[in-house]
Ligand binder design. Structure first.
Ligand code: SF4
Length: 399
């Protein structure tokens, strides 16, 4: 576990004066790109101040409750036309482990998840496999779907019938595709990952991933706002971006939220190296890089935003991340593994609750849609009744 005090004490670097930026953030001022970069690049000697201010803003907006969503992870298909160099999830047709879930599997997993108390069905899948693979186009045809997104809609219907609330994270979608899925989802998501277009260039992590073009992703994030979809986004640290680009990515998400009010949570996720990926030897972000990014996110996005870090990717840093300003741990599954990071098991909820309590926080359950979005503006009438009924039940149980 990392210690802020030890790091600050051992730092030999001169402090950059960031106090004025922190004071403006605490006063509720809108931070500029330059402010955000100054925060995330602040020297070790200012780290404790940075985290304290972020934690203060979190406490003002969210109190001392940190939330999670009880979910079942449904990897609808792991076929993907993109080839991000850090990915172990994607497969080509015929690869060992290549898999498209059949409707009976989606129903059985959803039912089992419901029995285990899950409320969220996370639809997680590769991007546009039908564009790249004729075998998969044939699979879709036998399933009676003309596109992956149409099949995801069917998967959502199955999950709803089993009593769950879908959250779709299906990569880049068109406006029409999102509009089609809105009545079948409590919320949707797309990680921005990084605003850096350099990552699409030769040798970059997204060179062979056309759907990771940041301009296209920002367009979809904005369109989700125009469609009044409660939306999850976030950044991925350690894939070749600079520290300043992390700050600029957070500002881009903040700006979209200012335009539409739809960003319900922002995830700060760390790259994890694995032997089988092209980036096997790339360094993983250190705990304090994560802490700086989390704190910068809180200070840029303000007290009302839900800021999340996945606990299974940094199991030793629960207390540090709480100190840095998060108020959410994301989806935690009692049934299915994290298919994107299969080597990183979900924490047991009891143990996570104890660690939160030890740091002065209460662990509370939320749904795939945050309470502040459970209203007629953000919920499609087709899912509103289900969402409200499940939220009432969840609140009664945790009261
Ligand atoms: S990270 Fe997503 S888009 Fe990239 S290769 Fe993996 S599944 Fe495809």
């Amino acid at each position: 576990m990392a210690s802020v005090e030890l790091l600050s004490a051992s730092s030999a670097r001169a402090a950059v004066p960031i106090r004025e930026v922190l004071d403006r953030a605490l006063a509720g001022d809108r931070l500029s790109e330059a402010d955000a970069i100054a925060l995330i690049e602040s020297p070790d000697s200012s780290l404790a101040d940075l985290l304290d201010c972020a934690a203060e803003l979190r406490d003002r907006g969210k109190g001392r409750e940190v939330t999670y969503s009880r979910k079942v992870f449904l990897p609808i298909t792991n076929l993907c036309r993109d080839r991000c160099t850090y990915c172990t999830f994607r497969k080509d047709p015929g690869d060992p482990g290549a898999w498209t879930m059949m409707p009976s599997e989606i129903a059985a997993w959803s039912r089992r998840g419901r029995e285990l108390g899950c409320k969220e069905a996370l639809m997680c899948l590769g991007d546009k496999p039908e564009v790249a693979f004729k075998e998969y186009r044939a699979t879709l045809a036998t399933l009676g779907a003309r596109s992956t997104i149409e099949y995801v809609g069917r998967a959502c219907e199955i999950a709803i019938a089993e009593g769950l609330l879908p959250h779709t994270n299906a990569g880049l979608m068109t406006r029409d595709e999102m509009a089609m899925l809105r009545p079948l989802n409590a919320s949707m998501g797309l990680m921005l990952e990084s605003i850096s277009s350099r990552l699409r260039m030769s040798g970059g992590a997204h060179q062979a991933a056309p759907d990771k073009d940041p301009a296209l992703r920002m367009k979809m994030i904005d369109e989700a706002g125009e469609l009044k979809i409660p939306f999850t986004s976030g950044i991925l640290l350690g894939i070749g971006e600079t520290v300043a680009e992390r700050a600029l990515s957070l500002v881009a998400i903040r700006d979209s939220h200012e335009r539409h009010g739809h960003i319900q949570e922002v995830i700060i996720q760390n790259f994890r190296a694995k032997p089988e990926i092209a980036m096997a030897d790339a360094p993983e972000p250190e705990a304090f890089e994560m802490a700086r990014a989390i704190a910068t996110a809180r200070l840029v996005l303000g007290p009302a935003m839900n800021v999340q870090a996945p606990p299974n990717l940094s199991p030793g840093e629960i207390e540090l991340f709480l100190r840095s300003g998060i108020n959410d741990w994301g989806g935690i599954s009692p049934l299915s593994k994290d298919y994107v990071n299969p080597e990183a098991p979900w924490p047991h909820l009891e143990r996570l609750g104890e660690r939160c309590a030890g740091a002065g926080f209460k662990l509370g359950e939320r749904l795939a849609i945050y309470p502040e979005y459970i209203d007629d503006e953000w919920l499609d009438p087709a899912v509103a009744t289900n969402v409200r009924a499940i939220w009432e039940r969840t609140r009664r149980v945790s009261a």
